[in-house]
Design a protein around this ligand. Structure first.
Ligand SMILES: Cc1ncc(COP(=O)(O)O)c(C=O)c1O
Length: 422
């Protein structure tokens, strides 16, 4: 099987061009979400009584801060908060995120023009693509990528220029990750017409765990300013830096506000996945364009959630550090354990994932087949790399969403089910 996504993405728009009454153009031709294949096997195995260690879906298992839950309950009891709220976020919520950016990255944000609340960064990103792109436009997106980075531009009608992002698991790429990335970016820019209007990046990176420094962000900003492009940095793992590494905000780069916007989410750092609280910040024209679109589409996040999120950012500002150190220890348990069973993987300095090349004795298997084997033989669920685009084939992703004891159990199972290792 060639990479499913590689084949299906180009087919998606070609097939959407023919339209009949019960054909839902944007939906009918969507490829099956590759992850559902593994998820289906996991559910089946659990029904049959297996204790599957689930390191597949990046759904945080750690609780949200107590103060968030308390404030939500308190605010929900006040009927004034039951009405429609403000789509771009209450002023105090926007002040809280501005303070967080000042504290964490020394970035100043104008509360009126440079911030909007979004209903999670996935929603924010998807609608932002509607704002920035139209049929016939082009966007540059790395491969592999978080799936909505690929499908968001496609839903908006744009063409995709995928930039291969060599994995950290590749020793050559580790040596010159930045050089390699910018050479590929240049190639994508030079190839074809129309010239891309948008560049999508996301560091620390899901799925590869790749991390970058501020010089890298400065080069991205310079690249986009010179070419009149908008760069969108999905900063979902803003709080997830390990071994003393602190992920930079693109807005720290000089001139960033001329061309850059960034999505910050409370999902990972504050472990508030289900609450759906994120923000688009940066270039005011882009932020205001999204505000306008969203004013047509939604009435904002439930007000008690906005109130709880405000108090949480202000009063539980250190919670992301606690969460981050838990993921860091899990990373160590997993990677050290994998190394002991003969599967060597470099340690990522950020994100909540471990990206691993399929080990040599099993390299003839593609990622979906390898992950299916792991569910059946090891009771371990991982994400197949191809789910993140053609550049992900040959790899699997571990999400660090089980506790250390369960990760150790998973390692024991892997040793049993992968006898050719070591
Ligand atoms: C890169 C990236 N962006 C966005 C999201 C979704 O974040 P949110 O919960 O804010 O929509 C994820 C979740 O896994 C992610 O990995």
């Amino acid at each position: 099987m060639e990479s499913e996504l590689a084949l299906l993405v180009p087919l998606y728009w070609a097939a959407s061009a023919s339209f009949c009454a019960m054909d839902f153009r944007r939906i009918t031709n969507l490829p099956p979400y590759v992850f559902t294949i593994i998820n289906g096997l996991k559910v089946e195995a659990r029904r049959a009584g297996a204790d599957v260690i689930d390191l597949g879906f990046g759904n945080p298992d750690l609780p949200s801060p107590d103060i968030a839950v308390e404030k939500l309950a308190e605010a929900a009891h006040n009927s004034k908060n039951h009405r429609y709220s403000v789509s771009r976020g209450l002023p105090k919520l926007r002040e809280a995120i501005a303070d967080l950016y000042k504290r964490n990255w020394n970035v100043d944000l104008d509360v009126e023009t440079e911030i909007t609340n979004t209903i999670g960064s996935k929603e924010g990103f998807s609608h932002l693509m509607w704002v920035l792109l139209d049929r016939g436009d082009a966007a540059i997106v790395p491969s592999p990528s978080y799936p909505i980075h690929i499908f968001g531009p496609l839903f908006a009608g744009a063409d995709l220029r995928q930039v291969p992002m060599r994995s950290l698991a590749d020793p050559a790429a580790r040596e010159d990750f930045t050089g390699d990335f910018f050479r590929n970016l240049e190639t994508a820019w030079n190839a074809g017409w129309p010239k891309p209007r948008v560049l999508v990046i996301s560091f620390p990176h899901n799925p590869t765990g790749a991390t970058v420094d501020l010089d890298f962000m400065q080069r991205v900003v310079d690249f986009c300013r010179e070419r009149d492009m908008i760069v969108v940095n999905d900063f979902a793992y803003a709080d997830m830096g390990f071994d003393g590494y602190k992920p930079p905000s693109i807005l720290q780069a000089k001139g960033a506000k001329e061309c850059a916007v960034e999505l910050y989410s409370m999902t990972k750092g504050f472990s508030m996945a289900g609450w759906r609280v994120a923000f688009l910040v940066g270039n005011s024209a882009v932020v205001q364009a999204l505000v306008k679109l969203k004013s047509y589409l939604d009435y904002g996040t439930f007000q008690p959630i906005q109130i709880a999120a405000t108090v949480t950012m202000n009063e539980a500002a250190d919670y992301p550090k606690e969460i981050c150190s838990i993921y860091e220890s899990r990373r160590d348990v997993l990677i050290d354990g994998l190394s002991r069973i003969g599967w060597d993987i470099p340690k990522p300095k950020g994100s909540m994932f471990v990206w691993a090349q399929i080990p040599e004795p099993y390299a003839e298997m593609e990622s979906v087949e390898f992950c299916s084997h792991l569910v059946r033989e090891c009771d371990v669920a991982l994400s197949p790399g191809v789910g993140f685009g053609p550049g992900g084939e040959g790899f699997v992703r571990f999400a660090l969403i089980e506790n250390e004891q369960r990760i150790r159990q998973g390692l024991h199972n892997l040793k049993r089910g992968l006898p050719k290792l070591g």
